[in-house]
Write a protein that binds this ligand. Sequence first.
Ligand code: GAL
Length: 417
Amino acid sequence: MTFRAKLIFSTAVLALAAGTARADDDSVEVLHWWTAGGEAAALNVLKEDLEAQGIGWQDMPVAGGGGAEAMTVLRARVTSGDAPTAVQMLGFDILDWANQGALANLNDLAEQEAWDEVIPAAIQEFAKVDGKWVAAPVNVHSTNWVWANKSVLDAHGIAVPANWEELTAAVEALSAAGVTPIAHGGQPWQDATVFEAVLLSTGGSDFYKAAMIDLDPEALGSETMGEVFKRMDFIRAHVDENFSGRDWNLATAMVINGEAGFQMMGDWAKGEFLRAGQVPGQDFLCFRFPGTADKVTFNADQFAMFDQGGTVSPQQAALAQAVLSPKFQSAFNVVKGSVPARTDVSDADFDDCAKQGMKDVAAAAASGDLMGSLAHGYGAPASVKNAIFDVVTAHFNGEFDSESAVDELVDAVAIAQ
Ligand code: GAL
């Protein structure tokens, strides 16, 4: 039996055993990891949109930023023949499930709604497989942002740092004043989110592409990579002592509350500032990681539809259609912190950070500086991504010095491929 046949067979058996047929059910079950305040508020925009169309929502939240835990739950659900209708998914995970024949073909809808014309090529690469649309892109996040508490910076006479040297000076000034300079959550995906921004700043776009996308052993083992790990040592030396295991949104709260100066995090962090009633430019500042001003490492959240028996169910189609509608793309992303996945959505309702984000994404796409985020599944397949996470986190926690971290990285990536 092919994977798909097995899936259909076991789903049918399960439906029979439960005495219900999924097709009669007017709801969508959505597996996602949007459990922080700003994320849940954004998800609510989607729930309400569907409810207005008479489509019920079965929520399947799996907490854990970056989605590693959600992907583990997904594998267990599919293995037991009970795949959710729709799943929040990123990059290579979408390609993996599609290549196993597990995802529904959304081409009818995509043609009707002209997705080919409005979704950037960089995202289509992760939403289409063998000419078939297998996922509906919700947004474009980017990971190379820094978030700052404006009063904390003003109180210490610190201007927005434009390069690594200015960043280290700002961090040292806060440290000397007894303020935690960097709010960080010590979880592998968060360590890697900071690492990829440092890497892009240190080596530039070509180095990022060579190391994080092409997995070139020379780039991975280079002196530049040694410098990246040294810079990670600097960051590690300027986080507070309770960083280990902290959730990303709690680190954001430290900046919101003025307990820390900066957080280096993707623009989902903005959702937390907005939820706390803060205004960009007045209460908090957003700027590209110093040294990455004209570059973007992106991750686009998408909903992949699991094949529930050969055709796309009306509920799946309604979800995909809702997600891609220009009105929804604006309403959702205004709250989420991301920018629209469609290129034809007006920026009128967006705040200054998002307006800058939209310009940055368009400019980076035109100049060849729009690159997939390794930390969020758009650089390399999960096996390589996880191998890189292991080295970055072990180094961050003092297991290797920066020189051995370079050797470990080269080996780990070679073994994982
Ligand atoms: C990312 C995801 C974002 C955000 C973040 C933290 O991987 O793309 O939407 O939710 O994780 O949970």
